[in-house]
Design a protein around this ligand. Structure first.
Ligand code: FOL
Length: 181
């Protein structure tokens, strides 16, 4: 009896993770703006939700799976493993900052700034440089990226704060898990 309930809880967790991974694929591949050198997406929404609920390790894994599955099913350009690493690191950062923590403005701003600096302003330009042979000393190339990140950072901070504080999905989830015990 106890074993069956444990299986049921695990099934719900796996189902929820799969749903969030599917949402990441949709947000990255379909509800996004993409050029060869720049992508604007709201993938941080399901990714942060996963971070809140499942922590750094599983969010890193989930984001990397979403990148790989998304590229396999809906290829846009050549597969490059650097972006899978990006997905893992950003997922791990959201999980590290948001799992079992109160989502204060400071905490959300810190996590978002860290992902912006490490992923969007350092690693992604590095991968794009390696992939397409971009000359990264060309300042004109950086302008759209810098503008995107300056505009997007406050949008992401406000959206994440709202997501983490105004929606009682956490209680809903806890209830549905506790009711199984
Ligand atoms: N390889 C893999 N593994 N995944 C990909 O998504 C991928 N995408 C491309 C090529 N190889 C890939 C297509 N090219 C950005 C721009 C172009 C691009 C890939 C990524 C980019 O600017 N990414 C930003 C924003 C990501 C977001 O907001 O979702 C980044 O910082 O990663």
């Amino acid at each position: 009896m106890l074993e069956m309930n444990k299986t049921k809880i695990e099934t719900r967790i796996i189902t929820l993770m799969s749903l969030l991974i599917a949402l990441m694929v949709v947000f990255t591949r379909f509800i996004s703006f993409e050029t060869q050198f720049l992508r604007i997406s709201f993938t941080f929404i399901p990714e942060s939700l996963m971070g809140i609920l499942f922590g750094p390790f599983w969010t890193g894994i989930g984001s990397a799976v979403a990148d790989t599955v998304g590229m396999l099913l809906f290829p846009k350009g050549p597969y490059f493993p650097g972006f899978t690493l990006n997905a893992f690191i950003s997922g791990a950062i959201y999980g590290f900052f948001y799992y079992k923590k109160e989502l204060t403005w400071k905490r959300v701003f810190l996590a978002t700034s860290l992902v912006t600096l490490i992923i969007h302003m350092f690693l992604t330009p590095l991968w794009l440089g390696l992939m397409y042979g971009v000359d990264l000393s060309n300042l004109a190339w950086w302008i759209p990226r810098i503008v995107k990140n300056i505009v997007f950072l406050p949008i992401q901070v406000v959206a994440t704060y709202y997501l983490g504080n105004k929606i009682p999905y956490k209680q809903i989830l806890n209830k549905s898990l506790i009711n199984l015990k």
